[in-house]
Design a protein around this ligand. Sequence first.
Ligand code: GAL
Length: 419
Amino acid sequence: MTVKITIKKTFTSLLLTAAVSASVAQAAEVEVLHWWTSGGEAQALGTLRDTLKNQDITWKDMPVAGGGGSSAMTVLRSRVMSGNAPTAAQMMGFDILDWGDQGVTANLNAVAAAGNWDAVVPEALKRFSKSNGQWNAAPVNVHSTNWVWGNKAVLDKVGVAVPGNWDEFIQAMEKVKAAGVTPLAHGGQAWQDATVFDGVLMATGGIEFYRKAVVELDEKALTSKTMQLAFDRMRQLRTLVDDNFSGRDWNLASSMVINGEAAFQMMGDWAKGEFLNAGKVPGKDFVCFRTPGTQGTVTFNADQFAMFKVDENRRDAQIKMASAIMSPEFQIAFNTVKGSAPARTDISDAAFDNCGKKAMADLKEAGANNTLVGSMAHGHASPAAVKNAFYDVITAHFNGDMSSSEAVKQLAASVKNAI
Ligand code: GAL
């Protein structure tokens, strides 16, 4: 009889334990929507997954491939609209503000206050992380788009130095072409064309012009000779890519530079993540430099994890995730792999390689000189509708035979339409 009771008790308590741990396991889970699916990106994201795993938080992965995140944003919209928002979603710039205004994002004010985010997150990022005084997102990094990546062995072999201005850049690429190597590795997808355009526009018009054109959407700037020259330069670049560029993913273009099939790639510093992931060393195997003519200015974009309202039992894991993202240790672990700079101003550059140190120094300098501006291509200059208007014209021009004068006309018209 005694034995029977003991067994029964043990069984009941086992059942109870199982039930409790099942609910704990379910509660301590974050579902994360993101577009970090390339080798380097996945490696960087792994540092977040590991950080959370150490806190017994389970990671439910929701990857949506597609650089720049347009496809991820489409999937996110349908998830939120059907009342099934993920715990967190990778997001950038104006998209975060849009969701903040919809009232569906989680309030992170308490964890932000506890971590003193207001003091350490730069203003340029904070203006997107917060709406109406409420923190909606935890910033992970600061990337920028006005970068060029070059294969050192190819450059040495062909005998070209790092170009100091636009004309030297074109001359260097002509020389590479004459040597039988593809000068510019590129993927003909709208967001990649637009990423190149960020740097070209800055090189052509400088900071004031860039601001007028893509932030203020000034009609005069949009239809100016300077804008036309920027399109002429895109046309120049079109002659320097290989025949198979159409539709190619950005990381495959990075591989072309990594393998020495191509000399350069004009891409944000997430490209560095691919070089590192392939075991390449900056300064030795590859070089990084600002789009010629843009040194001193930075067209930035920052990835943030926007948090959505979740059931009370999932809130704890969500807050822990937000807190982990903003920790100095995580910011270093993640950004040294991802190719970006930290989203906090109080992090030492000691753990970063030379390109990372340069990214951090350039950012600091641009912040101090008011030459830091949001990337049009990556949603930090204007809302999505305007960004898409830019994409449409830039990509139609680059991939077709539209003249530069026609491109500026169409650009002004479609931007006007989108405002
Ligand atoms: C950017 C994002 C980067 C990188 C890139 C390519 O929009 O900020 O983190 O992942 O897309 O996917």
